[in-house]
Write a protein that binds this ligand. Structure first.
Ligand code: SF4
Length: 355
């Protein structure tokens, strides 16, 4: 398990990050320790050319699209950065199965074939049976079903896979143990190691796609990117059969969240994407609609997985359009508008990854 190594790796990175590094951009393959030099190299143009070439080789012109589906915003956790945190007095909702079906049909009619089902953590209002039955329902409409939920056991992931689950998104949020404690005040998610180990339970259960990430802003962002790189490096070595993505969402405004976070400029975020793509050319970079239209247009082609026309509130597509959002989205193009834009750029909007 990566949790066995994480403390030593973290210590090493915190020391090493203070030193100067360099890297030769002319070489074809980059190794994990090149991450320091890549983050210090300012020649983004050369990096970008290499990344575009690699992406064409491994993914063709495909941009893989998905849409989120929020089914419940009940949550017993105290993540300080989230609009759904337990202490927030918001309109709590849990979709019943008829309502879920309505949202599924709406999403199906947009042409999307990959959905990401999201729920907060609550043993009564988003229990395992509810999640499992939602996947069984979604399977009737979608080829590819992923979840972004609370930590489950290997056995539970096995049951969900049997019901149609393909992928799991689970962000460590921050790899910095001290800051993890500071931002996860209470609830089951406040266990740093359990969170880290859950990814491997999902893999051992047999999920085909894994998306890991850090919520950029909770700690020194350079440190988070280097930790992410080490985590990915470990997973690729231990479990090469899985298809991986990396996300690094920047924290957004949310209801009753005080902005006390690190800021990451657009250029630096692009630098992170390029550095990781040079070390891991076969993994996807996933950029959601929390980023704005201009930024998403700029990284199209570096990023190969993108969400589209997303509602980040429960029932947000057809039922409760004004309910509280988990966070604000910034690219509000419709499905058609985004599909058209991708085609105009010479790429192909692919609505499913597995057949
Ligand atoms: S991030 Fe997830 S677990 Fe944390 S408060 Fe929000 S919904 Fe709950």
């Amino acid at each position: 398990m990566f949790s066995k190594y994480v403390d030593n790796i973290s210590k090493y990175i915190k020391n090493e990050i203070k030193n100067k590094h360099s890297v030769n951009l002319n070489k074809e393959f980059f190794l994990i320790n090149d991450i320091f030099g890549l983050l210090e190299n300012s020649d983004l143009r050369t990096m970008a050319k290499k990344v575009i070439k690699n992406n064409k080789k491994y993914f063709g012109n495909n941009i893989f699209l998905y849409a989120p589906l929020y089914i419940s915003n009940y949550c017993i956790n105290g993540c300080k950065y989230c609009g759904f945190k337990a202490l927030n007095k918001i309109d709590r909702r849990k979709l019943n199965y008829d309502e879920i079906e309505k949202e599924l049909i709406y999403l199906k009619n947009t042409g999307i074939d990959h959905i990401l089902i999201l729920t907060g953590e609550d043993p009564i209002n988003s229990d395992f049976e509810y999640l499992n039955y939602t996947i069984i329902m979604a399977k009737k409409y979608f080829k590819e079903i992923s979840i972004e939920t609370y930590s489950l056991s290997q056995k539970e992931y096995e049951i969900l896979i049997n019901s149609g689950l393909i992928g799991v998104t689970l962000y460590q949020e921050t790899y910095d143990k001290e800051n993890y404690k500071k931002y996860h005040l209470f609830g089951p998610k406040s266990d740093y190691y359990k969170r880290l180990e859950t990814i491997e339970y999902a893999i051992k259960a047999g999920v085909r796609e894994i998306n890991i990430g850090a919520l950029l802003g909770l700690s020194n962002p350079d440190y988070e990117i280097i930790m992410l790189a080490h985590h990915m490096n470990y997973l690729l070595k231990e479990y090469p059969e899985v298809e991986y993505s990396i996300s690094f969402p920047r924290i957004k405004n949310a209801y009753n969240v005080k902005n006390e976070f690190f800021t990451i400029k657009d250029k630096r975020l692009i630098h992170y994407i390029l550095a990781l793509k040079l070390i891991f050319p076969r993994i996807h970079i996933n950029i959601s609609t929390r980023e704005n239209k201009e930024f998403r247009n700029a990284v199209l082609g570096f990023a190969t997985k993108m969400s589209v026309a997303s509602a980040t509130n429960v029932g947000g597509y057809t039922l409760y359009k004004n309910s509280t959002k988990q966070f604000e989205t910034d690219d509000n193009r419709t499905f058609e508008e985004f599909f058209d834009y991708i085609k105009k750029r010479g790429y192909y909007p692919t609505t499913v990854n597995w057949f």
